[in-house]
Structures are given as C-alpha cells and as structure tokens.
Design a protein around this ligand. Structure first.
Ligand SMILES: Cc1cc2nc3c(=O)[nH]c(=O)nc-3n(C[C@H](O)[C@H](O)[C@H](O)COP(=O)(O)OP(=O)(O)OC[C@H]3O[C@@H](n4cnc5c(N)ncnc54)[C@H](O)[C@@H]3O)c2cc1C
Length: 443
C-alpha cells in the first residue's frame, strides 16, 4: 500500500509535457506551474505541466461522482488524480439533473462547495401531481418532518466542484484517452492512459470507477465477477430547456392519456420540460411549437393557461432504463455513480445516488488509509447497494405509475395503475411514503 502522503506526487524519470487547458496540479507540480506562469506570462489555461506517476486514489471520470469524490478526499487529506476523457467544457455542457436531495445538499456543503447552491438554489417544500387534468400537491415538508429538496442544476454543481478543485490546485487531466484500469486484483493497481500523444501510467492504491454508464471500469471487470440487473422501458423523454419562467413555483408531474409530462426548472427564469415520447422518435420531428402545443394538451387548464413559451436552448431525447451492477468492489477497483447503476429520471435519483455512493466510498477509503487494512473496504459495496436498490424501487414505481405503456402491459395492469393513482391522490399515508422517498432516504 502506498500510504497516506498528502501533497506528495512522485514524478517519473521522464518529463511529460501536455497542453494544460486540461490540467490543474498541486504539490511539487504547483511550483513548476508558477515558474512557467512567470516565465511566459500566459494564463493558467495556456501553460504546460507535468503529470504525476503516483497518487493514492486514481479517479476515472469527472462527472459529479468523480469530482465530489475528489473534493471530499481532499478534505480528508487523501490525494487523488482525476482522469477524464472529455474536455471540461464538454462536461459542463451536459444538461442533466436538477433536483437535489437534502442529504446531497448537505454533502456538497461538507465538501465546501455549498455556498452558491445555498444562494441561488430554489428550496422546494412540495410538488404537484396532475392526473388527467386534476392537480394534487404533495407536501414534502409536512410529510417528512420539514425536509425539502433543492432545485440546482447538475451543471452548476459540476462548475462549483471544478472551481473548488482548481482553487486547491488539484489535478484533473481532461481529454485523457484510452484510460485503462489495470492490476486492480493486486495491491498495486495502476491506470494507463494517453495524453498529448504519449502513453502514461499512474500507479495508485485505489481506482475509483466514476466513469458513467458507458465507462471503461465496469467493462474491465471479468464477466464472471459481476452480475448485471436491467430493465428497459418502452418509451423515452423528450426534454426542452428554455429561458422562460417556470409554469409553477414547484415541479408538476403529469399523468395523462397522451403520456407523461414533467414541468421542472433550473431557476426562476430557466425552465426544463419533458414529454414522454416514443423510443424511436427523433428531435428533428419536434419543432418548438409542436413541443409547447403537446405539453399544453397534457397539462391541467390552469397550468396550460399559465405556460410561458419561448425558443428552446436545448432539446434531446433520453431513453429510460433501470440498471444495477453487483458488487461495487473488485479488489482495489470501486464503482460509483452511473458506472454502477442507472435509474429512470422520474424520481430524480441519479445524481443523488452518485452522491450517496461517494459518501459511503469516502468513509471506506478514510478507514483504509488510516488503518492500512483492506478490511476497511469490505462494507462499501453492501452499504451502497442497500440504498441503491431502495432508490431503484422508488424510481421504477414512480415511472410505472405515471407513464403510458401502450400495450406493453395488460389491461389488468392498466386498471391496477388507475387504482393506485386514485389511492395516492386520496391517501395521506400513500403521499407520506412518496414524500419520504422523494426527499431521499438517510445514509
Ligand atoms: C435527461 C436526464 C435527466 C436527469 N435528471 C436527474 C435529476 O433530476 N436528478 C438526479 O439526481 N439525476 C438526474 N439524472 C441523472 C444524472 O445526470 C446522473 O445520474 C449523473 O450524471 C451521474 O453522475 P456520474 O458522475 O456517476 O456519471 P456521469 O455524469 O456520466 O460522469 C461520468 C464521467 O466519466 C467520463 N468517462 C466516461 N468514460 C470514460 C473513460 N473511459 N475514461 C475517462 N473518463 C470517462 C465521462 O465523460 C463523464 O464525464 C438525469 C439524467 C438525464 C440523462
């Protein structure tokens, strides 16, 4: 085991120079950065820097899971290098999650990146269910002893984490190609990758696979060591982002004979709307006018009348899937976030589950680096999976309840769904269970 050496990057014999729009460094490298900065007078983004050959935790992927893990490890005095295949701008350009559980918000505060979320995030105490034109408010706070969710975009969380990383001089290597985790069944794992046309090797104690659903880490595990559970839904979500005020102060989840819809937002001036669509549908089939007209049809009359429309900033179609990989640990390789599981976005759990994985992983890694014992690592997978499966259940249930299945289920199933919706709209107990899961279960 490499031990606990805050600030101690070890450099290989060979100097490796790479264009550093992609790099931010700490430790011995930081002085190199300054010298170069003074010599050239160039901005930070234009300097050339060296890459370390050793760290404690090699994190693959700079999405929310990888960046939050890096930040919390830094707070705990554990070194990490993040390797990301895309550019920072590309990562920031992905429009995704927007609803943050209270536990996730607390974790971001603990990581020291909560200030802008607190200042600009919208705290929501409830949301509405609209079933065939009738709206029912679900009072999250009343049913959960005062808990709330915060509307704050994944893009903003990512930006805050990137800036915190940069301010601390921590290393993220963007545009790293052919990143490959190796020897993770031994105590000396390493990650091989290419940058600036050269091959590099980063040796480490731990590899954290935070590289999303299509990443390399899960794919590197022998098939016999992993079990995959998956459910594909027979529909997708057509999403539209626009700089228009939201139709309501809170989210509206819509069940309608024409299909599901969701009225969400990123701020008081930026709205995010979704329509259930066919899996084979294409964005090219949807002009902005067609989107707004279809959304109006699925809303209740008051919401339809209040809807402000405008030109789309972004439109995309996402398929819906439930997926879990088990276990989450393979020797010294750990999976976290979308690399390990996917939920349909209906329950707003994906980003939040990535955060809870990171919470459990940081606890395990702190124990490991403190004690030097592999025994500290054994609880990560079962603890994280217990919470993951509860969120999978909730996301599947909420998705099944609100979407149209178009013959993919029997008429009996349809009648049961109608009865469940009627029960939910009337029963305080059912609404309390929905609220408890929506605000997020405790760690
Ligand atoms: C339309 C939509 C709406 C959503 N709404 C919500 C919501 O409201 N609430 C919520 O909680 N969640 C939501 N989600 C889910 C949420 O966005 C994801 O769960 C979250 O991004 C997971 O973070 P992650 O860091 O695990 O994975 P990712 O964000 O996918 O990040 C993985 C990173 O790894 C990088 N990578 C991949 N392969 C490699 C490689 N080989 N080498 C190096 N780097 C690699 C990728 O480029 C990426 O930057 C939504 C998702 C979608 C698509």
């Amino acid at each position: 085991m490499g031990g606990f050496f805050p600030g101690s990057f070890l450099f290989g014999a060979g100097l490796l120079w790479i264009p550093s729009a992609s790099l931010i460094m700490r430790g011995p490298a930081a002085s190199l950065v300054k010298r170069f900065h003074h010599k050239t007078g160039a901005g930070l983004g234009e300097k050339l820097m060296r890459l370390p050959t050793r760290t404690q935790v090699a994190i693959i992927g700079a999405g929310p899971a990888g960046l939050l893990l890096g930040q919390l490890l830094h707070k705990a005095g554990i070194e990490a290098v993040i390797l990301e295949q895309r550019s920072a701008d590309y990562v920031l350009g992905r429009i995704r999650a927007g609803v943050i559980e209270q536990t996730t918000a607390q974790l971001l505060e603990r990581a020291g990146v909560g200030a802008r979320m607190q200042a600009e995030g919208l705290v929501h105490h409830g949301f509405s269910l609209c079933v065939d034109g009738v709206r029912q408010r679900i009072d999250l706070s009343r049913h959960t002893g005062g808990k709330t969710v915060t509307v704050y975009g994944q893009t903003e969380i990512t930006r805050d984490l990137m800036q915190a990383r940069k301010a601390s001089g921590l290393l993220t290597a963007y545009e790293a190609e052919n990143v490959t985790p190796l020897d993770f069944d031994t105590a000396q794992p390493k990650v091989r990758f290419e940058a600036d046309g050269a091959l590099h090797e980063l040796s480490c104690d731990i590899i954290a696979g935070c590289d999303g659903f299509h990443g390399i880490c899960r794919a590197s595990v022998p098939q016999s060591a992993i079990t995959l559970y998956e459910k594909i839904y027979p529909f997708g979500w057509l999403g539209l982002l626009a700089d228009v005020p939201p139709v309501d102060d809170e989210l509206i989840y819509v069940r309608h004979a024409r299909g599901f819809a969701l009225c969400s937002m990123r701020s008081k001036t930026r709205s995010r709307y979704y329509l259930q669509c066919d899996l084979n549908d294409s964005v090219a089939n949807w002009s902005d006018d067609a989107f707004w007209a279809e959304l109006r049809r699925r809303l209740d009359p008051a919401a339809a009348a209040a809807l402000t429309t405008g030109p789309s900033l972004e439109k995309s179609i996402a398929p819906l899937r439930s997926f879990v990989a088990e276990p989450l640990r393979f020797g010294r390789l750990f999976l976290a976030g979308d690399a390990a599981h996917i939920v349909p976005p209906t329950g707003a759990k994906g980003l939040n589950l990535a955060a809870s994985d990171v919470h459990y992983l940081v606890e395990a890694l702190e124990g490991f680096f403190r004690s030097g014992q592999d025994a500290a690592l054994v609880h990560y997978s079962p603890r994280a999976l217990a919470r993951i499966w509860k969120a999978e259940r909730f996301s599947w249930w909420f998705t099944s309840l609100l979407h149209r299945f178009d013959g993919a289920e029997s008429a009996f199933d349809e009648r049961l769904r109608g009865a469940e919706l009627a029960y939910l709209m009337q029963s305080e107990a059912a609404q309390a269970a929905l609220a408890e899961n929506y605000v997020g279960l405790g760690f």
